[in-house]
Design a protein around this ligand. Structure first.
Ligand code: AKB
Length: 316
């Protein structure tokens, strides 16, 4: 990777990934954004930025040509719960947008990273230790676009030789940028409530297990897979990756270790609960470990300590 375009650079992953790439590489790391979500502060000042709406192929091509881009991180997407409210828009961004990115990559010789998700799995997949090659039959629009995106990305690799790579991210937890509209967002929101000394209303029931990962691990996964020697890949789009699996009771108990007065009550959101129930409790990520050396660094307790230390500086 030398010159990189990050589409969706002001989102939850993009804001941290762009800064990390700028700290590692000396080329152009371009923060792509849509009007209304312009980068601010350090993200704006530390490198180039450009308006790149993923639904506009010409805009993507112009940024790639202007900055001599060799790698595109395609992070534009609607998360699972909001995609259920706006399925047409979710398809337009997730699929029409991906098609635009892949076409530009094919014509202008770029590698492409597009995150997939635990959302590719559905009710008829083994829930525990879900295998890499398990059946992908989601019931959400988010999952439908993610499975289709995996297939389309593999197609562009096989048919046109475009270097597409991807991971199936679990819920991502971070203190810098709020995710917004996901099913796993409760695991971010709970820290906000703990820091603000407010009772947390949990939208998922006790016993709802899902895979999760702290953002520094997620950013490292996104970079390491693009740097990996692909001759060792048996898979491409997309690798299961995980760092931990917990339910609301477990994360609550972990936060209470450091904030004994913190309180949580349940106020289950049926939409999010149904989505979470259709996803794995935990994924098997041994293929990522074997094929490109994936290994998480943060477990729940280390993440909690870091969140409780850094989040107050941002929100209080
Ligand atoms: C969501 O909850 O929609 C996302 C995801 C697991 O892909 N965080």
């Amino acid at each position: 990777m030398k010159n990189v375009l990050v589409i969706g650079s002001t989102g939850q992953i993009g804001s941290e990934l762009t800064m990390k790439l700028r700290s590692l590489y000396s080329g152009n790391i371009v923060a792509g954004y849509i009007p209304g979500a312009k980068p601010t502060g350090e993200l704006l000042e530390s490198g180039p930025s450009a308006i790149v709406d993923i639904t506009n192929e010409q805009q993507i091509a112009e940024a790639v040509s202007r900055y001599n881009i060799d790698t595109i991180y395609n992070l534009a997407a609607l998360l699972s719960a909001v995609a259920e409210a706006k399925p047409q828009l979710a398809w337009k961004i997730g699929m029409d947008g991906l098609f635009n990115v892949l076409e530009v990559a094919r014509e202008m010789n770029c590698a492409v990273f597009t995150p997939s998700s635990i959302g590719v799995f559905g009710d008829n997949t083994p829930k525990d230790n879900t295998p890499q090659d398990a059946l992908r039959s989601p019931r959400t629009m988010y999952g439908v676009t993610k499975v289709s995106g995996e297939l389309l990305s593999d197609y562009y690799f096989i048919r046109f030789g475009v270097d597409t790579r991807s991971v199936r991210f679990p819920g991502l937890i971070s203190y810098m940028t709020h995710p917004g509209g996901g099913t796993t967002d409760y695991a971010v929101d709970i820290y906000y409530s703990a820091v603000r000394k407010k009772t947390f209303e949990c939208p998922l029931a006790a016993g709802t297990f899902m895979d999760m990962m702290y953002m520094p691990d997620a950013v490292r996964a996104a970079i390491e897979i693009m740097e990996a020697d692909s001759s060792k890949f048996a898979h491409r789009n997309a690798f299961n990756v995980t760092a931990m699996s917990f339910d609301p009771e477990i994360i609550y108990a972990n936060i209470k270790k450091y904030k004994p007065d913190f309180k949580m009550v349940y106020k289950v959101d049926p939409l999010r609960q149904a989505i979470a129930d259709s996803w794995p409790n935990s994924m098997d990520d041994s293929c990522a470990r074997e094929e490109w050396g994936w290994k998480p660094e943060y477990d729940l307790d280390r993440m909690t300590q870091d969140m409780l230390e850094k989040l107050p500086e941002r929100i209080l």
